[in-house]
Design a protein around this ligand. Structure first.
Ligand code: SAM
Length: 239
């Protein structure tokens, strides 16, 4: 049952179209109806988004830069990227997520605010799994999606994302260190009601090796942690 592209992927799609959609829409949103853990994850995730925007804009303005946001969720990254002037393609395996992202983008991007600044380009939203993404983008970003891929499938997924990127690839994942590995094992002994899908942690060395195999190297690293959220963020470039 570890197959992404087989059974696992269907489970993930189903989850993010139903319970997972409701749960993550709330966490990624702004409403007060979140518990302490969800609020902590919200804060951690928004730090990841901030870090990504910073890593990307450090190299220069994003005006006209093409970006693919693979596994875009509710659009937490796609929308601020569009505000920065990027030409964004945002895709997700879940139709519910894509519809929500599109709705939020319309609300935030099309309500003509400042007439002096150029209007942002609406991201192009598509229901698509990562494996069927095609084309070339200056930058490819994939945040907090690897958690649904066992390492055996992660290598192929990373290689595919790198093949779509001309200049850089940003990835975030739950780091597999001894400590977090233990935490996760304890979590599996006491599964909560919200644990509907399996979570896979990744060792940074494994991700780095997968990138090296296809001729990419890691240029920047970040680590975002709160009490219940941990994410390793890396920026890779052609070696
Ligand atoms: N990247 C978004 C963010 O950081 O705000 C969402 C992260 S959410 C934890 C994981 C997302 O990955 C979900 O929206 C889910 O539907 C999507 N996803 C999972 N497996 C996928 C796949 N194989 N192809 C495309 N999207 C996938």
């Amino acid at each position: 049952a570890e197959e992404v592209g087989g059974g696992d992927k269907e489970v993930v799609r189903e989850y993010f179209n139903n319970n997972g959609f409701e749960r993550w829409k709330k966490i990624y949103g702004e409403t007060d109806d979140v518990n302490r853990v969800q609020l902590d994850i919200r804060i951690g995730h928004s730090k990841t988004v901030e870090n990504v925007i910073k890593m990307l804009t450090d190299e220069g303005p994003l005006n006209g830069v093409t970006v693919c946001d693979a596994g875009c969720g509710t659009g937490c990254l796609a929308i601020p990227l569009a505000k920065e002037g990027a030409i964004v393609t945002a895709t997700d395996i879940s139709a519910a997520m894509v519809a929500e992202a599109e709705k939020q983008a319309r609300e935030e991007l099309l309500t003509g605010k400042d007439e002096l600044s150029p209007a942002p380009v609406m991201p192009k939203f598509e229901v698509k799994d990562l494996e069927s993404l095609e084309g070339k983008y200056d930058t490819v970003v994939c945040l907090d999606v690897l958690i649904h891929y066992p390492q055996s499938k992660a290598d192929g997924m990373i290689a595919h994302l790198a093949s779509l990127a001309d200049k850089r690839l940003l990835l975030s994942f739950a780091p597999k260190t001894l400590y977090y590995d233990l935490l996760k094992r304890v979590g599996e002994l006491f599964p909560g009601p919200s644990k509907a899908t399996r979570a896979y942690l990744h060792a940074e060395a494994d991700v780095e090796r997968a990138l090296r195999k296809v001729g990419w190297r890691i240029r920047k690293r970040g680590l975002i942690t709160t009490q219940f959220y941990f994410s390793r963020l890396i920026e890779a470039v052609p070696a």
